[in-house]
Design a protein around this ligand. Structure first.
Ligand SMILES: [Zn+2]
Ligand SMILES: [Zn+2]
Length: 134
């Protein structure tokens, strides 16, 4: 699968040549804050399958499991694009909405469903986890 995408202003673009390893929707407090809405949706790929053009800014935070999350965003327009986790080196998450065409996206799991905001409904047919499955 060949996929392309980028930020709102176009300073940062990316191309993926490969299949998503997994796809998830997360309702944790961090994802609520960074998105400014109810949840975050990401597809995870092998880092080697992703080519990034432009220079994203980064922010690091600690996950509940004590690992380091690095989030990449456009320093010009603020669009969130990529996420890395020290627990899964060699992998990278890409925000589903950043792709030019995301019709293929279909999250297999809903994470931190217990943290869901009342105003952010969940598809009842999806597999839900109260927190992060281990
Ligand atoms: Zn931008
Ligand atoms: Zn989350």
């Amino acid at each position: 699968m060949k996929l392309t995408g980028g930020c709102l202003c176009g300073d940062i673009t990316f191309e993926v040549n490969g299949e998503p390893l997994r796809m998830a929707q997360c309702h944790c407090d961090d994802c609520r804050k960074i998105t400014g809405t109810g949840h975050n949706v990401q597809a995870f790929f092998k880092r080697d399958d992703i080519t990034i053009s432009g220079t994203p800014a980064t922010h690091q935070s600690r996950s509940d499991a004590g690992t380091t999350r690095t989030r990449y965003f456009c320093p010009n327009c603020g669009s969130r694009l990529f996420t890395e986790n020290s627990a899964t080196p060699g992998g990278m998450g890409i925000a589903a909405g950043a792709f030019e065409d995301s019709t293929w996206f279909d999250p297999q799991a809903i994470l931190y469903a217990a943290k869901r905001s009342e105003w952010d409904p969940i598809d009842p047919n999806k597999k839900c986890f109260d927190a992060m499955p281990v």
